[in-house]
Design a protein around this ligand. Structure first.
Ligand code: X2X
Length: 345
């Protein structure tokens, strides 16, 4: 069937007639699946889920329902093993994904860039990377590794929360059991800080927080609020913004190649727009002067710790050896390019 379609496509290209062009669209549409699965980790109303659902809505609307995306949260298409999402997408057992750079970093080591501690001091720094040459380089690397990346969204700056006591200095982390995700880089950061990190999936993290099997975790505040983590005893929040995870919209190459050029354009543009909607949602109430989300958390009786420049610097220095070691793993050239882009933001 695919052969017939491409013959039509070739004919249409040669003849270029409107009649033929209409013909290929129908032929190709017959090849389309009834539904394409989109993997995410968290659903709506988390900004991540909003990004994916917005993509699905825009694509359905603009293709008159010819292309239907169905969002599968909880990394359910990989049985909750979010660090296997990239491999599944590459192999085609997942059609599409809106995935975190953290979850794909075990396969694509360059994506650890965003997890270098204190590389990105603010939101402009994230944009300087994703919207610039570094972002293009990373998309090229993803493409070389067998997926088709389309656009960026955002999970957000990952803040530290715990149930035991305020964390204001690296010493305060001593002995705290912290749930971490994905890359071994996170183990290294928390071990270096004297904490006791345990790597587990998001699916396992929620019961571990509820039961008190771990003392703390690190995630964007939109994850904290949507999950009502204060009700899970996470009474202490430290705003240290040590890393942020952007999200990437990507498609399996066979799925991508099965789409007509016109539909590829629709799917790509929809991803870019949905990405912006997701980024806006991820930053809502977190970017000064509007920090209402942080105030909402404080209103629940949670102790929110804001670090002075000096206090933050103590964490920067304590994690510097991990930064240097992982910069080599990621690639010194890419890290240098990222540092320059941030400096010139
Ligand atoms: O597991 C996490 O912490 C989460 C939801 O943020 C990611 O998937 C990276």
């Amino acid at each position: 069937m695919r052969k017939v379609t491409s013959l039509f496509a070739a004919a249409a290209l040669t003849v270029g007639g409107i009649h033929f062009a209409a013909g290929i669209k129908d032929a190709a549409a017959q090849d389309y699946k009834d539904e394409y699965g989109v993997s995410t980790v968290v659903p709506e109303p988390f900004p991540w889920g909003i990004a994916a659902e917005t993509w699905a809505d825009l694509v359905a609307e603009r293709t008159d329902g010819r292309i239907n995306l169905r969002v599968h949260p909880g990394a359910e298409l990989v049985q909750g093993n979010q660090t296997r999402e990239f491999t599944a997408l590459r192999r085609g057992s997942i059609d599409m994904a809106v995935g975190s750079t953290i979850n794909w970093s075990p396969q694509i080591k360059e994506l650890n860039l965003f997890s270098l501690p204190f590389l990105m001091p603010d939101y402009e720094a994230i944009d300087a990377l994703t919207q610039g040459e570094v972002g293009e380089d990373l998309f090229n690397i993803l493409e070389e590794n067998g997926v088709v990346p389309l656009a960026w969204a955002e999970n957000g700056f990952r803040e530290l929360t715990n149930s035991q006591h305020e964390v204001r200095t690296p010493e305060d982390l001593e002995g705290l059991k912290i749930r971490v995700v994905g890359s071994p880089l996170f183990n290294d950061i928390f071990t270096t800080l004297g904490a006791n990190p345990t790597q587990m999936s998001w699916a396992d993290a929620q019961p571990a927080l509820t039961s008190g099997a771990v003392d703390g975790q690190e995630n964007p505040l939109t994850i904290y609020t949507n999950l009502n983590m204060h009700e899970l005893g996470q009474d202490y929040v430290t705003l240290w913004g040590y890393v942020a995870d952007p999200l990437i919209f990507a498609v399996n190459p066979d799925v991508w190649n099965s789409f007509t050029e016109e539909d590829q354009k629709i799917v790509r543009e929809a991803a870019v727009e949905a990405g912006q909607v997701g980024i806006d949602a991820a930053r809502d109430g977190l970017v000064p002067p509007d920090t209402s989300l942080i105030e909402e958390i404080e209103a629940e009786g949670v102790e929110v710790t804001r670090l002075s420049e000096e206090e933050r610097q103590a964490f920067v220095e304590a994690t510097r050896p991990v930064y240097d070691e992982w910069a080599q793993e990621i690639g010194e050239d890419l890290v240098r390019k990222a540092e320059e882009a941030i400096e010139n933001r």
